[in-house]
Design a protein around this ligand. Structure first.
Ligand code: ATR
Length: 279
């Protein structure tokens, strides 16, 4: 086996990245293998040393290590520095380079449906780690952002981070409002809906021209997305972001173009098998 890749995190059993990447290697006849390892926070430094010693070429990083791993790396790409989080590490000439493909992965996952970003309005629900990567990547595409979060201070902090990068952003109440009428892209990044619960507020009055995305992968259609669909909006679940963060990690490691369709089919197959995913 020529090259070795992995994903580290805890819990890790749910990770679909091995299927996605291994299907990609197979499609292009690349001699490589992708594994997943459960790594507890207290063992992160040892795990990173171990992966380096064992000759891994790179690895993905998932919760809860996306921020703590930064102190164990030699350099960060602009995407990782901006997000303050790493989801992809590459070993380059013995150096550990931290990168982040979550935000741009999200951008890639909506670009066909949104047809252009510049000057359009995006509303983000939530201001946690996931929202930050997405918000900064959308701001870089010159979208105008409005961030709504239950804890307003966190929304304000994210707005400031976007403004420091030269982006346009405001924050507002975590509630329905006039924003519903003029939003091009609405992104649900909170954990509400992971367990089938309904969203704290209604989307009544939303423009049916809005593309509505919930980054939750399972359940595939959250109550939030169901409501958006009932209001006539186009909707996307979180599987596109998952696919494209993997596609971009692949391309960061191996160069060239990842076999997107093979990776998409592998991901879909696993989702259907594990989550009684329909479609
Ligand atoms: P992640 O990295 O997945 O984004 P996180 O950083 O813990 O996770 O952020 C979780 C997000 O979900 C936050 O925006 C959080 O809002 P607060 O900042 O007010 O905590 C949001 N969230 C979680 N539960 C929520 C709920 N019941 N209602 C509204 N927002 C909620």
């Amino acid at each position: 086996m020529e090259k070795h890749y992995a994903v580290i995190g805890t819990p890790i059993d749910h990770s679909l990245s091995p299927w996605m990447h291994n299907a990609g290697y197979k499609a292009l006849g690349i001699d490589a293998e992708y594994q997943r390892f459960n790594v507890e926070p207290s063992h992160l430094a040892e795990a990173v040393e171990g992966l380096c010693s064992l000759g891994f070429s790179g690895w993905n990083v998932t919760l809860p290590h996306k921020e703590p791993i930064i102190s164990l790396l030699d350099a960060l790409t602009p995407e990782a520095r901006r997000a303050g989080a790493v989801n992809t590490v590459k070993i380059l000439d013995g150096q550990r380079i931290g990168h982040n493909t979550d935000g741009v992965g999200f951008v890639r996952s909506v670009q066909d449906d949104l047809k252009g970003f510049k000057g359009k309005k995006a509303v983000l629900l939530g201001a946690g780690g996931a929202a930050k990567g997405i918000a900064l990547a959308l701001a870089e595409q010159e979208m105008e952002l409005h961030i709504l979060n239950r804890t307003p201070e966190k929304a304000s902090e994210l707005v400031q981070a976007i403004q420091r990068e030269g982006g346009i952003a405001t924050s507002g109440l975590f509630a329905p409002g006039k924003w519903l009428e003029g939003v091009d892209l609405l992104v649900q990044t909170t954990s509400v809906g992971l367990h089938g619960e309904s969203f704290p507020f209604s989307l009544k009055g939303i423009s049916d021209q809005t593309l509505v995305v919930d980054i939750i992968v399972n359940p595939r259609e959250t109550v939030f997305l169901q409501e958006a669909r009932k209001q006539g909006c186009r909707t996307l679940d979180g599987s596109g972001m998952l696919l494209f963060q993997g596609v971009l990690a692949w391309e960061f490691w191996l160069g060239g173009q990842a076999p997107v369709e093979a990776m998409r089919q592998a991901l879909k197959g696993q989702l259907m098998q594990r989550m009684f995913y329909k479609g």
